[in-house]
Design a protein around this ligand. Structure first.
Ligand code: 5GP
Length: 199
């Protein structure tokens, strides 16, 4: 029997907190880790690919997904819909993969409620608000008004950290990636042990 279990790992952080970079690094280092491609009504950014970064849908298509029960959770973030596909979660769990979910704070809590021990929620904390602001500016993806909207949301998001299974301070990317990887692998082993003990 494999000593690895499938696991949903939800990463949330305030905008610019670094969770997307952490996810990419984890994917490079682990071939049984996969990325959950969410649905969104947001416009694609220039470097984003439909079906790889997101499934880009219009509002009507998104609402059809909601109505047909295709989404495990969805939220309106910064004026757009974002949602996690049930089929992606099931496929990963059935194949004992780790599914990395880049998600907002509320969506992470919804998935935790739904999937319990099969779900690990990790809150990536930026070292400080100043660093956060700087990262968001350097990323260069925001207009002035979307920057303001994101900054406004940040204090709400920071307060959510305490509801997560684990919080990791993202001081250095390589340390954060190693720490998160250890947390994930310990969790997978714990699930397998619990299963083999019949609990
Ligand atoms: P962005 O527009 O920067 O790609 O994402 C905006 C926010 O939406 C981020 O916090 C991101 O993690 C979150 N997000 C991305 N996909 C999902 C999803 O499927 N569900 C929810 N609830 N949030 C998501």
């Amino acid at each position: 029997m494999s000593n690895k279990s499938g696991l949903l790992v939800c990463f949330a952080s305030p905008s610019g907190g670094g969770k997307t970079t952490v996810c990419h690094k984890l994917l490079e280092r682990n071939d049984d880790y996969f990325f959950s491609v969410s649905c969104t009504t947001r416009e694609p950014r220039p470097d984003e690919i439909d079906g790889k970064d997101y499934h880009f849908l219009n509002k009507k298509e998104f609402e059809e997904k909601i109505e047909s029960g295709a989404l495990d959770e969805y939220e309106e973030v910064h004026g757009n819909y974002y949602g996690t596909l049930h089929s992606a979660v099931q496929e990963a769990l059935d194949n004992k993969q780790v599914l990395l979910v880049d998600i907002d704070v509320k969506g992470a809590i919804t998935l935790k409620d739904k999937y319990g021990e099969q779900c690990l929620t990790i809150f990536i904390r930026p070292p400080s608000m100043e660093v956060l602001k700087e990262r968001l500016i350097n990323r260069g993806t925001e207009t002035e008004s979307s920057f303001e909207r994101r900054m406004h949301r940040i204090s709400m998001e920071m307060n959510f950290g305490k509801h997560f299974d684990r919080q990791v301070i993202n001081n250095s990317l390589s340390d954060t990636v190693e720490e998160v990887e250890t947390i994930i692998e310990n969790k997978r082993t714990g699930i397998m042990e619990a299963m083999s003990n019949g609990s």
